[in-house]
Design a protein around this ligand. Structure first.
Ligand SMILES: [Zn+2]
Length: 259
């Protein structure tokens, strides 16, 4: 026989559990800093060019990213600007993919200007600017605060270290960091993309280039370097390297996907 008291007890318990779970969810949400819209408007060119609806989506996705990924300063104070820049760099390359999650990233470590920690030196980008971890540092990205900020403050030089590192993560999502982001590049375009990378890096080595020479290191670095160029100076990339520009539009913006 179920008594009124028993029903009341069960109901009370359900309410308590609901409140408990809800409370945990509230705590998990990282609120964007008060001045995030000003920061995005002042420094993030990609955001400036969006319409109001897209801006709202961009903000929500930055917030979601900052909730999912911990950002920790290592001998460096992480300020609002740094948080917003990291979130923006994460979302810019995957904005055309509404359900994108960086499942291969749990934490971003922010170092001051330069760092000489005792990690595998081969993993460093240009020695001091950033890296995506492997081995014991799996799921971790390291970025220099100085480089992070320069990437957005100088937004016309085709360099953005944070976007570079997120491009590596996108490339790495299919299991290999080889310059072929199979997770977002249609299979039928893979061989064309690889030939284009081969031809361009060879040309860079032979004749020099307006593309950062670090991109000629290997295909993974080429993909990261050309992604910086694509998001910072699409106009210049289109003028100087139309074929590369077209492929990057296909990769990041899903353009011509049915052509
Ligand atoms: Zn790199």
């Amino acid at each position: 026989m179920v008594t009124v008291l028993q029903i009341a007890f069960v109901l009370g318990l359900i309410i308590l559990i609901t409140l408990f779970v809800f409370e945990i969810r509230i705590k998990e949400i990282v609120l964007l800093p008060d001045d995030y819209k000003i920061l995005l408007n002042d420094y993030v060119k990609f955001y400036q060019q969006l319409d109001d609806d897209e801006k709202k989506k961009f903000e929500d996705r930055v917030q979601h990213f900052l909730t999912a990924v911990r950002i920790t300063g290592v001998n460096a104070e992480v300020e609002d600007m740094d948080r917003v820049f990291i979130g923006a760099a994460a979302i810019i390359p995957v904005f055309a993919f509404p359900d994108w999650q960086y499942v291969n990233l749990h934490e971003v470590l922010v170092y001051p200007g330069t760092f000489n920690q005792d990690f595998d030196q081969a993993g460093w980008d240009r020695y001091i600017t950033g890296m995506v971890g492997s081995g014991a540092m799996q799921h971790v990205m390291i970025i220099s605060k100085w480089q992070l900020r320069q990437g957005f403050i100088n937004n016309a030089d085709a360099h953005n270290t944070a976007i570079h590192e997120f491009a590596h993560l996108i490339d790495k999502m299919d299991g290999t960091m080889d310059g072929v982001p199979e997770i977002i590049l249609e299979r039928r375009y893979i061989s064309r993309w690889v030939s284009l990378m081969n031809a361009t890096t060879q040309q860079m080595k032979n004749y020099g280039s307006d593309i950062d020479m670090y991109g000629a290191t290997n295909h993974a670095e080429f993909f990261a370097v050309i992604s910086e160029y694509f998001f910072e100076r699409p106009d210049l990339l289109q003028a100087n390297h139309p074929e590369l520009f077209e492929m990057l539009e296909r990769i990041f913006l899903r353009k011509g996907i049915n052509s």
